[in-house]
Write a protein that binds this ligand. Structure first.
Ligand SMILES: [Zn+2]
Ligand SMILES: [Zn+2]
Ligand SMILES: [Zn+2]
Length: 110
């Protein structure tokens, strides 16, 4: 088959820094240097790879209707893919697929 892309093999050698930040969704710095991991300005959104939580409760959306809290962005982590800065486990696109093929995986000999 001629369909294999040689670039696909190169993703484990991360020598080129990724300068599009998944924490804040902005470009120009890497995830790990983002200031949103320490402080998210009021009214700002976090990036698709992160969740905005409160520093005191460690929860998202815990102080509705008040500004008396400080938000930080924490990277999402998927226990199914093992990826950070992507989606959360409950949002994993593979999750529904895995549940649907669950019956098929019953190959355990009794
Ligand atoms: Zn950032
Ligand atoms: Zn809180
Ligand atoms: Zn996932």
């Amino acid at each position: 088959m001629l369909g294999s892309n040689p670039n696909d093999c190169a993703d484990s050698s991360t020598q080129v820094p990724d300068l599009s930040c998944r924490l804040c969704g902005k470009e120009g710095h890497a995830n790990t240097t983002c200031t949103y991991q320490y402080y998210v300005p009021k009214g700002e959104q976090v990036g698709l790879g992160a969740t905005l939580i409160c520093t005191c409760c460690k929860k998202e959306g815990c102080h509705p209707g008040t500004n008396d809290w400080v938000g930080i962005a924490v990277p999402n982590y998927c226990m199914i893919c093992g990826k950070r800065y992507a989606h959360r486990t409950e949002d994993c696109p593979r999750k529904q697929g895995m549940e649907m093929v669950g019956d098929q995986a019953a190959c355990v000999g009794v």
